[in-house]
Write a protein that binds this ligand. Structure first.
Ligand code: PMP
Ligand code: GLN
Length: 387
């Protein structure tokens, strides 16, 4: 009756933990969304577009003004030379972009190389498209990609590599050497790279994000995915970008047209306006988030937690074992949300095989008071675990 991929598929960990937080009234440092409401001018623009603008079906590949603005944005920030007409498609969030990429580019039996920890949407979608996942395992605290890892995973049947960078949940940004290594294997095996770069705008400590598409040999074989929800701290908006060379874009648009067809035009118009006018927002956002990262890290360290470095994203990881907590990540998170009023995400949820199960992920895109209260509650959960 039911497709085997969905027969026993659990509810995603983000919904599970946010559901428990809603039920218990807990502080939610689990699912990745900010406290602050996102740039006012962009939201006002969306409101004005909904009231006075065009609300019927927009063009299938997206509003021209948004596709042009996205190409300009990537030229400014990442020195990419995307042709907005032939190489940019607007989707309903990065999630739809991923689905379109997998449906359009995977044939049954194709092998797809992925790196654990991985975003939980990838595997069900890839399997439903007929792909056969080949999983690498990145290890904390550095979560590095190595040549032996790639050597063991790539085969003559490798068709695709999925690379999330900056990495959710590990909060690392891959080095140029790691990206060059992935590019080398993609070229040697004639594989397509699907690059989930939704966190591209959030890099700390002066780091510059480099898209895999900019590496030698990758321009024609990369599908670059972005998310306006992440760019503007409007995670509910679900406006995404698919960027790829024209032959790939034709296939991607073919899948997109029968997934959602289009994305709400007031949101598209507001995002286009924001990309063109919000230089101040993009300049300030990483620094603001970095301060929140540092506040949460300092608070947790004071309470005896062992905190892993975070180079980007909204997330910071805590090593429970190194913090003197013997409990597994999921048990700790369930107890923290039910008994101590704070939600977190167990990193084991991002592994299918041989999970790392002593690390929890915390979202620091929150106000100071929320972060401080979260630290106090996590500290109480830690003390209770030690009793
Ligand atoms: N990929 C990653 C790595 C993410 O973290 C997220 C959402 N947080 C998505 C994809 C989905 O993005 P969107 O909300 O634009 O669908
Ligand atoms: N990407 C968000 C996170 O990692 C969650 C998105 C979702 O709930 N699907 O927290």
């Amino acid at each position: 009756m039911v497709h085997p991929v969905y027969a026993d598929l659990p509810t995603t960990i983000f919904e599970e933990m946010s559901g428990l937080a809603r039920e218990t009234g807990a502080i939610n440092l689990g699912q990745g969304f900010p406290d602050e409401p996102g740039p006012l001018a962009v939201r006002q623009r969306a409101a004005a577009e909904a009231v006075d603008g065009y609300n019927q079906y927009p063009p299938m590949r997206g509003l021209a003004e948004l596709r042009r603005a996205a190409a300009d944005h990537y030229a400014r920030f990442q020195a990419l030379d995307l042709d907005w007409q032939a190489e940019v498609t607007v989707t309903s969030g990065a999630t739809e972009a991923l689905a379109a990429a997998f449906l359009a580019l995977i044939s049954p039996g194709d092998e797809v190389v992925l790196f654990q920890p991985l975003y939980d949407a990838y595997l069900p979608m890839i399997r439903r498209a007929g792909g056969v996942p080949r999983l690498a395992r990145l290890e904390p605290p550095h979560w590095r990609i190595t040549r032996p890892m790639l050597e063991a995973l790539f085969t003559p049947r490798t068709r695709m590599v999925v690379l999330n960078n900056p990495v959710n949940p590990a909060a690392v940004i891959f080095s140029d050497a790691e990206l060059a290594l992935v590019a080398e294997y993609c070229v040697a095996h004639d594989a397509i790279a699907v690059c989930d770069e939704v966190w591209e705008q959030i890099a700390f400590d002066g780091r510059v994000f480099r898209p895999l598409m900019s590496f030698p040999g990758m321009r024609e074989r990369t599908v670059k995915i972005g998310s306006a929800g992440k760019m503007f701290a409007l995670t509910g908006w679900k406006v995404g970008f698919l960027c790829a060379a024209p032959p790939l874009t034709r296939a991607l648009a073919g899948a997109h047209q029968f997934l959602t067809f289009t994305t709400p035009p007031p949101l598209q118009a507001a995002v286009a306006w924001g990309l063109d006018h919000c230089a101040d927002w993009f300049a300030a956002m990483p620094g603001d988030l970095q301060r929140s990262r540092d506040r949460l890290a300092a608070g947790l360290t004071r309470e005896g937690f062992s905190v892993l470095p975070a180079a980007g994203t909204y997330f910071l990881n805590v090593d429970l074992a190194a913090s003197g907590v013997g409990e597994a990540d999921r048990a700790f998170c369930l107890r923290a949300v039910r008994e101590h009023g704070v939600a977190a995400i167990p990193v084991s949820a991002f592994y299918e095989t041989d999970p790392v199960s002593h690390i929890i992920r915390l979202c620091f895109a929150k106000g100071d008071a929320t972060l401080d209260a979260g630290v106090a509650r996590l500290a109480a959960a830690r003390v209770a675990a030690a009793l």
